[in-house]
Design a protein around this ligand. Structure first.
Ligand SMILES: [Zn+2]
Length: 132
């Protein structure tokens, strides 16, 4: 990856992490369901980051392909690394999405009937132990 691409990626990441901070602050103000909202926001932001990085890799692949077309010697190993990185990032996105789906599942509290996340050990409203 060349320096300009790296620099761009760094800037985009910096912006994304300040967006996570903003999301955290907003979630804390909401008071309710904070844990779930915060983790969901973080997971979504991570997926956004990975997709951004994949987009940068796509561009880099395009550049290599075009330069090869122009007669420059093919950067085969760089190309292979980029493809491998994309595969790994896509796999990570899939596991993050699975985690998000898990967070969306709810279970009713046996005592107060509040909808709680399946990942919670205790009811967020009355504190009763949840049977997951
Ligand atoms: Zn409850």
């Amino acid at each position: 990856m060349d320096d300009k691409v790296r620099e761009l990626l760094y800037k985009i990441k910096k912006k994304a992490s300040s967006a996570v901070d903003a999301a955290s602050a907003a979630a804390k103000q909401m008071g309710q369901k904070t844990g779930e909202t915060l983790e969901t926001a973080k997971l979504n932001m991570k997926i956004f980051d990975l997709n951004t990085e994949i987009g940068v890799s796509y561009r880099e692949i395009g550049r290599i392909v075009y330069e090869t077309h122009q007669g420059k010697e093919a950067e085969e190993s760089a190309l292979e690394n980029l493809l491998k990185e994309i595969d790994e990032k896509n796999a990570e996105i899939e596991s993050l999405k699975a985690r998000l789906a898990e967070l969306k599942k709810t279970v009713a509290c046996p005592v107060c009937k509040e909808d709680c996340a399946k990942t919670d050990a205790f009811c967020r409203k009355c504190g009763a132990k949840l049977e997951n």
